[in-house]
Ligand binder design. Structure first.
Ligand code: UGA
Length: 437
């Protein structure tokens, strides 16, 4: 049976390890974080991802999946997937590659026979080539331990589906051996009709950052239109609906609101710009500076709308915040637009109480100055204004009449254009939204 190691069991690696075991492969997941490995070994997923824990338990029971803190466990595997994080460097735009470098340095001594090292992490273009040179120089098997790049496109909240039913597979290879090895591992998906794009290493690395840059641009495009709507009393939601019927444009990632956050889109466009600068093609990506700026301006606009609701002064006012995660169906608060807005308003003197269905623990840990509640009703108690900042279904389902009894003033600002404006207005609320009259 084909044996795999998955190095790094964070969001991407844990999902990948579980899904590969689900496909029938023999998998060991490796991470230097002992607490994470202990949890995974016990069948506990250390983050929020619908369906993943059930699949983890099921695959652990088959005996095909195990976890270890030791790279020894990777020895003998046919393919090693490298799934470690590449966060933004502190104070810079560029990506921090230290986890990747240390994973490769730890893995190399165990590569003592022909095998494949498949990079999945999002990296600056050129990284794969460096990794290949390092492996060729330091692995006992030398260049017979072949480095390929297989970027990952999964979205949080849809991680299993995106892994087992991806839109496409991208195989960045420098030989037919590498391509054959990837085709073997992904055979069940390829047999099910998933398209495969075979490229060189550079193109495969570029596909990933280009995809995220495009998605960020699409979101900022519609958010730029929202700014124009605000100046003209037009309705960005209707605008986006009308645009979406044009197949060339499409409606996905065209939802105007508070903009993008998370551990990927913001840092990936910045790292992409930094790398373009190093490559001497910074002009080609200068538009991404504007994409980033539009995204930041939405947060400032949200604060302004909230301020208007409290007669231009936050001091001493109570603000109820619905949402902390960077998007629904996730407990991830990295670069969360919701918590950014909540913090700005807190610093301006308001008492800000936040509720989120999944991200409260993470928010409490990283934003200890904010107040927290364990239900939407409690978060809005005596509020002068309510802000809807992450579009969980639970918030769409709220009863505006019931909530009205809890607040001091019926002001709601919908930062995600996801609530039913008429329902809220009919219940006596003063409803405002980004990009809409
Ligand atoms: C993103 C990409 O969508 C994945 O394809 C990619 O694999 C992943 O990054 C990654 O690089 O690992 P993710 O960060 O999970 O996935 O989140 P998205 O669903 O892309 O949402 C990103 C942000 O954009 C969220 O804050 C969301 O609220 C916002 N968004 C999304 C909008 O503001 N409007 C939209 O129309 C869509």
């Amino acid at each position: 049976m084909t044996q795999l190691s998955v190095i790094g069991t964070g969001y991407l690696g844990a999902t990948h390890a579980v899904c590969m075991a689900e496909l029938g492969l023999d998998v060991v997941g490796i991470d230097v974080d002992a607490a994470k490995i202990a949890k995974l070994s016990d069948g506990v997923v250390p983050f929020f991802e619908p369906g993943l824990e059930d699949m983890l338990r099921k695959t652990l029971d088959t005996g095909r999946l195990r976890f270890s803190t030791s790279y020894d466990a990777a020895a003998g595997a046919d393919m090693h997937f490298v799934c470690v994080g590449t966060p933004q460097r502190k104070g810079e735009f560029a990506a921090d590659l230290s986890y990747l470098e240390s994973a490769i340095a730890s893995l190399a001594p165990y590569l003592d026979r022909p095998c494949t090292v498949a990079g999945k992490s999002t990296v600056p273009i050129g990284t794969a080539e460096h990794v290949a040179a390092y492996v060729a120089a330091h692995a006992p098997a030398g260049a017979a331990a072949e480095v390929v790049w297989n970027p990952e496109f999964l979205r949080e909240g849809f991680a299993i589906d995106d892994t087992l039913h991806p839109d496409r597979l991208v195989f960045g290879v420098s030989s037919q051996t590498g391509e054959r090895a990837l085709r073997r591992v992904f055979a069940p998906l390829i047999d099910a009709g998933v398209p495969v794009v075979v490229t060189d290493l550079a193109t495969a690395q570029l596909v990933k950052v280009a995809a995220n840059a495009f998605l960020a641009t699409k979101i900022s495009f519609i958010n730029a239109m929202a700014e124009v709507c605000e100046a003209t009393h037009a309705d960005v939601k209707k605008l986006s609906e009308a645009l979406s019927y044009d197949d060339r444009i499409g409606g996905r990632f065209l939802h105007a609101g508070l903009g993008f956050g998370g551990g990927c889109l913001p840092k990936d466009i910045r790292a992409f710009m930094a790398r373009a600068g190093e490559l001497g093609v910074d002009q080609a990506l200068s538009f991404l500076t504007e994409v980033d700026a539009i995204n930041q301006r939405r947060r400032a606009r949200m604060v302004d709308l909230a301020r208007e609701c409290v007669d231009d002064a936050f001091r001493g006012r109570r603000v109820g915040v619905l949402g902390a995660a960077f998007k629904p169906n996730s407990d991830d608060i990295r670069d969360s637009p919701a918590l950014d807005v909540a913090t700005r308003i807190h610093r301006a003197g308001a008492v800000v109480t936040v509720y989120d269905p999944a991200a409260l623990d993470n928010a409490r840990r990283d934003y200890p100055d904010l107040d927290y509640a364990t239900s939407a009703e409690d978060a809005v108690a005596d509020a002068d204004v309510v802000l809807h900042l992450t579009e969980w279904q639970e918030f769409r389902d709220l009863d505006p009449h019931r909530l009205a009894e809890r607040v001091r003033q019926r002001h709601i600002v919908d930062g995600r254009n996801a609530l039913d404006a008429r329902r809220w207005r009919d219940a006596g609320w003063h409803y405002r939204a980004l990009g809409r009259p």
